[in-house]
Design a protein around this ligand. Structure first.
Ligand code: DX5
Ligand code: ZN
Length: 214
């Protein structure tokens, strides 16, 4: 069954513990970290992840939308992240490889993320050592944007590369996921769906999670 990772970007930050409890039936908890440079928005940092870790046992799937992410791997790992995703566009290949090395040293799961402009083949230098690949289906930076159907091809291509080089790696899709778009991305090969507005915009988040599972 497809896994669901609710994005707390759409939660009420003044009631974050309550809103995390509301999605306890999900598989992962998606935390969007933005630096105001890699993306034009500022969100959550290390101290917030630390506080989240104290109030839940959920698997923390931390999406780093920050430049030169190797600078912060140890800090987010120590704060309690279970998996860290770094954007391939956020540094030179040596910096990405260094970030993955640091994840190994810190004992967290390793992922790379792709902006819509980035080709599927860009994962190849790293794929064999990854636990997850995150394909964006919106431009990173904000919740509530429209799903980019043109990304279904990239999802299919990444799926094919995963099958060939590292079948244990998960494929996560992030952006504009709703009960309408979820079946399309699952059909294209997604294992994990991130959903912010579809979960937190619903009157009953648990029912919304079940609806996304299909
Ligand atoms: C966007 C973030 C997403 C965002 C998704 O940059 O990476 O995780 O929260 O929000 P929705 O599901 O509303 O598109
Ligand atoms: Zn995200």
């Amino acid at each position: 069954m497809v896994k669901i990772s609710p994005s707390i970007l759409s939660a009420d930050f003044a009631n974050l513990e309550r809103d995390i409890r509301r999605v306890a039936s999900a598989d992962y908890l998606h935390v969007d970290v933005m630096d105001g440079a890699f993306v034009p928005n500022l969100t959550i940092g290390v101290p917030v992840v630390k506080s989240i870790r104290k109030c839940t046992d959920m698997f923390l799937d931390v999406h780093l939308m920050i430049e030169k992410p190797q600078r912060y791997i140890e800090a987010f790992a120590q704060a309690g992240a279970d998996l860290l995703s770094v954007h391939l566009e956020a540094d030179h290949p040596t910096g990405i490889a260094r970030a993955l090395d640091l994840m190994d040293q810190c004992g967290v799961k390793k992922a790379v993320a792709l902006r819509p402009i980035t080709k599927a083949e860009a994962v190849l230098p790293y794929l064999e050592r990854l636990d997850l690949v995150l394909v964006m289906t919106v431009e990173p930076g904000f919740g509530g944007q429209a799903f980019m159907e043109s990304q279904l091809d990239t999802i299919r291509q990444v799926r094919a590369l995963i099958e060939k080089y590292n079948p244990a790696c998960e494929l996560e899709v992030d952006g504009g996921i709703s009960p309408k778009t979820a079946p399309l991305v699952v059909e294209a090969g997604a294992d994990v769906l991130v959903a912010g507005s579809a979960v937190y915009g619903a009157a009953d988040p648990a029912a919304a999670i079940a609806a996304l599972r299909g």
